[in-house]
Structures are given as structure tokens and as C-alpha cells.
Design a protein around this ligand. Structure first.
Ligand code: PSZ
Length: 494
């Protein structure tokens, strides 16, 4: 219960920095109790992290673990570890902490409202026994921030299962349009042995460099790294090129427009090829910014073009906002930057939204119950937290904060790439959802490692990029600390 109890938890957070408490708290910090900057006391991972890692390795594959954190003592933008190091976190649990650590408003929501605690204790099978306030929570919280034009909502537990179920909804709607009346006896018997027509030969078109999850279905649409895919059977589904732009964007408009055209023509061709193969494309899945694949951006015109191709072919457009959704680009949904002609058919989310799920059109609602379904179908406890997050986003005007911090960061990254053109380039992104490309994978890994020794937790993406995924409470003074440490590691690069 300690972590749910503000009376116990908050003093322990303050206690961590207690001796210099008033002196170290940054005057303008949006999260009370943040230190003024990072503190590095040991190598990272430090001795205690290494001990715990060794122990964990005995019982699971723990090769991906970077350090063991002290979540009682982490606060706001600062991640504390078990060795007493406190790092400025611009990676935030793979982009999934909207308000950073131990945000007082979220702690307070739980400590001051017994109903919220009971919502966590009694996790229901939402598809069968939802609680009395479930409808109002869906309407007020999730639909309150729905992408314009989408009024249907399905909740799920994570990003992968949101995409999995969204693909299923797309296939079901595609077949429903072709079907006259009910399922045929032939469909009913053939699906039981994985054969057509009950299990039809349909496909989802995805893009080289995409990441949509690692579970069996969506893995066929993930193409960011071979290690995610090796040894696992995959569908032969169409894979189109995603635009690779020249930077700076404003100086390369003609080339980049030609790149959009090339990729859109390839998409159209794949629709034709796969129709001919007898495996028509029922939907397109695409990230607004390819994140795991290297922070590759697509232009508004590219996404407008995709929407046209999907419509022309009777296919659905699924925009995967698992990583971009929830505010980091300066809008709640990144695709709002694209000026689309009406909503996409599906928008999936998770990460900063805390609960997973998808918004969709009424057409994608299956006519029968139990077809898009599992035990939990999300978690009302996460929706309680999301409600609190949205209150803080509004109260503290965090989307405006993201724009200000993002402008400062991008300007700083552009200055640094001008100072160190042999080391970093292609500063890019929207809001604080930003990245730079390093001159090699080795340099990227080295910079991320050395940033850590200076108290910055950052992350890589793609082959050779460093990405920024700070919380929405990341402010200009945090940006100054990050840029200062990045300048230091660049200047120390031999
Ligand atoms: O290595 C991994 O498994 C990672 S690292 C970052 C992610 C996964 N991101 C998850 C993700 C995503 O970025 C997009 C655009 N779509 C779907 C997913 C899958 O979400 P989760 O991880 O919640 O299943």
C-alpha cells in the first residue's frame, strides 16, 4: 500500500533530497519536489543494479535490462536508481509516462478517493461485468479526447493487442461488406480448420521500418529489426516503402514531394498486385512518425494520399498512435497535424494513454458480440489514472508546454548539428517527439552511454538515431540541461 499512500510516499520522495530540499527544487518546476539537476554517484548500472541483474538472469532472459529503478524516489522528470543515481529521463519508460514519476495529482487521486482504490482492487472482465461508472468514464475520459469524427471506442490492455484487435475488426468489416445475410455453413465449417472462405485470404499493408508490436499477427506488419521477427512464421502481406526525406525539410521540398509520390505509387501497385494474387488488402496500418524504425516522418500530403488510396480500394486506414498519441507532438493525436479529409477509420493507442485501445468508425463495430473480446479488455484503474492525467494536461496547459519545450529542444539540436556536422544530423520531429541521426550505430550507442554517465537517460531508435521521448511535464530548463550534457558528450567525442 505504501506506493498508493501519499502520506507515506510523498515524504519519502522529499526525504530523498531532504537535506537540500528547498534549495534544489527548481523554482518553476511543474512537478513539486523535482531536484535541480541529475546526480551521478556510480557507474550506471551501479553495483546494486548489477547484483539484482545477476539474480534476475537466473530466472529469465534479462539481457535488455539497463538498471533497476527506485520508483518510490523517482519524481517528475527524474528517474532514481537503486544506486542513488538520479537521472533526467528523456526516454520515460519507452515514451509511456505522460506526467513523469509520482505526479502529486495522481497520488492524490488514489489516496483521497476510496472509489478509485476499489477500482484498482476489483479488476473486472469489462466485456461482461462493467462497473456502474464505466459508460461515463468512457464518454468523459476517452471519448472526450477522441480524434474528431471517431465516436466508437474499444479498450484493450496494451499496444500490440490494440493493433491485433483493430486488424480483426478491419477484416470482419471487409467481409461483412461482401456478405449477403448471415455466415454460410461453408464459412462456419471452413474457419474451424483455418481454411477459406471462413478464414479468408486477406491482408494488411504495412511499411518497411514500421513497428506495430511483436505478437503473432501484428508481427507480420513490424519491419524495424530482424531480431523481432526471426524464427516466427509470418503472413505474406504487402510491405510498401515509407518516405525517407532529405533534411532540412524546408530546403528540400521538391525532392521530398517526389519521395511521397514514389511511395504512394508503390502502395497503389501493391494493392493491385495483392488483389491479383487473391489476397486483397483490407487495410493499411501506418505510424504517423515511424518510431522504433528511426523516427521517420511522413508529410501531411503523404498521409492524405494514403487515405485516398485506402478509400479508392475499399480498405480501412489504421493510424497507429501507440507511441505518438497522448500529446508528445503538441497535439493530442499526431495525425491532427495532417489535415486529413475526415477521420482515419481506426486510431490505436496505449503508452502515454496508460490504457490501450482503439477509436473507430461505426462501420468497424462487429455486428455480433464476443468477436472483439478478451477477459479484461483494458483496465478501469488505468482509466482513473488517465482521467487524472487529462486534468493535469488541461490545468497546466501541457500541450502548449510541449510546443515550447519542443521548440527549444529542436533549436538546440539544430545548433549542435551545425557545430558537429560530422557527428549528428537530420534533427527532426514534432513537439518533444524528436530525434537526431548519428554518423554510425557505434557513435549512437556511445553517445547514449556517455549521456548516462552525465545523468541523462535517453534512448536509441532505428539504426543510428537518438530519440527524445520526455514526459509532457518536461520544461525549458530541463531542455537546457539535456542540451548542455549533449554538447559535453559531443565535444568529448574523439
Ligand atoms: O521493443 C519493443 O517491444 C518495443 S520498444 C517500443 C515499443 C515496443 N513500442 C510499442 C509500440 C509502438 O511503438 C507502436 C507504434 N505500435 C505498437 C506498439 C506495441 O505496443 P506494446 O509494446 O504496448 O505492445
Amino acid at each position: 500500500m505504501a506506493s498508493l499512500c501519499a502520506q507515506k510516499c510523498i515524504p519519502s520522495i522529499y526525504g530523498r533530497f531532504g537535506h537540500v530540499r528547498s534549495a534544489v527544487r527548481a523554482a518553476s518546476s511543474l512537478v513539486a519536489g523535482e531536484p535541480k539537476g541529475p546526480t551521478v554517484k556510480t557507474q550506471i548500472p551501479g553495483p546494486r543494479s548489477k547484483e539484482l541483474l545477476q539474480e534476475l538472469n537466473q530466472i529469465q532472459q534479462a539481457g535488455s535490462i539497463q538498471l533497476f529503478a527506485d520508483y518510490d524516489r523517482s519524481i517528475g522528470n527524474y528517474l532514481a536508481d537503486v544506486d542513488g543515481n538520479v537521472m533526467l529521463d528523456v526516454y520515460t519508460q519507452i515514451s509511456s509516462m505522460p506526467l513523469g514519476y509520482n505526479h502529486p495529482h495522481l497520488l492524490q487521486m488514489l489516496t483521497e478517493n476510496p472509489h478509485n482504490i476499489k477500482t484498482i482492487v476489483n479488476r473486472p472482465a469489462l466485456g461482461v461485468f462493467p462497473g456502474a461508472d464505466w459508460n461515463s468514464k468512457l464518454k468523459n475520459v476517452l471519448l472526450g479526447i477522441a480524434p474528431a469524427g471517431l465516436d466508437q471506442i474499444t479498450t484493450m490492455a496494451c499496444g500490440s493487442c490494440s493493433n491485433e484487435n483493430a486488424y480483426k475488426a478491419i477484416f470482419m468489416a471487409y467481409r461483412q461488406k461482401q456478405r449477403k445475410g448471415d455466415f454460410t455453413p461453408e464459412e462456419i465449417s471452413s474457419c474451424m480448420i483455418n481454411q477459406a472462405p471462413g478464414s479468408p485470404d486477406l491482408s494488411i499493408l504495412s511499411f518497411h521500418g514500421a513497428f506495430h508490436g511483436r505478437t503473432m499477427g501484428v508481427l507480420s506488419t513490424t519491419h524495424s529489426k530482424a531480431i523481432h521477427k526471426l524464427d516466427v512464421p509470418a503472413f505474406d502481406w504487402p510491405i510498401a516503402p515509407f518516405p525517407i526525406y532529405r533534411y532540412p525539410l524546408e530546403d528540400n521540398k521538391a525532392e521530398n514531394a517526389a519521395e511521397d509520390k514514389r511511395c504512394l505509387a508503390a502502395v497503389e501497385q501493391l494493392f493491385e498486385d495483392y488483389a491479383k494474387k487473391g489476397r486483397p488488402v483490407a487495410g493499411i496500418v501506418v505510424e504517423p512518425i515511424q518510431a522504433e524504425g528511426g523516427d521517420n516522418e511522413g508529410s501531411p500530403e503523404f498521409f492524405q494520399g494514403l487515405q485516398k488510396v485506402a478509400r479508392k480500394n475499399g480498405a480501412s486506414l489504421l493510424i497507429d498512435e501507440v507511441q505518438t498519441g497522448g500529446g508528445p507532438t503538441g497535439k493530442m493525436w499526431c495525425h491532427e497535424h495532417f489535415n486529413l479529409d475526415g477521420p482515419p477509420d481506426v486510431v490505436t493507442f496505449s503508452k502515454k494513454m496508460l490504457i490501450g485501445g482503439f477509436y473507430h468508425t461505426a462501420e468497424l463495430k462487429p455486428p455480433q458480440a464476443y468477436r472483439i473480446f478478451n477477459t479484461w479488455m483494458g483496465d478501469p484503474g488505468k482509466l482513473v489514472l488517465l482521467e487524472g492525467v487529462l486534468e493535469v494536461i488541461k490545468r497546466d496547459n501541457l500541450l502548449e508546454q510541449v510546443k515550447r519545450s519542443g521548440d527549444r529542444l529542436l533549436l538546440g539540436l539544430k545548433q549542435l548539428q551545425n557545430e558537429y556536422p560530422a557527428l549528428i544530423s537530420r534533427a527532426r520531429g514534432r513537439g518533444t517527439f524528436l530525434a537526431v541521426t548519428c554518423s554510425s550505430t557505434k557513435l549512437r550507442d556511445d553517445l547514449v552511454g556517455r549521456l548516462k554517465t552525465k545523468g541523462i537517460q535517453s534512448g536509441g531508435c532505428g539504426e543510428d538515431s537518438i530519440r527524445l521521448r520526455p514526459a509532457l511535464v518536461f520544461q525549458e530548463h530541463h531542455a537546457e540541461i539535456f542540451l548542455d550534457r549533449l554538447r559535453q558528450v559531443l565535444s568529448e567525442t574523439k
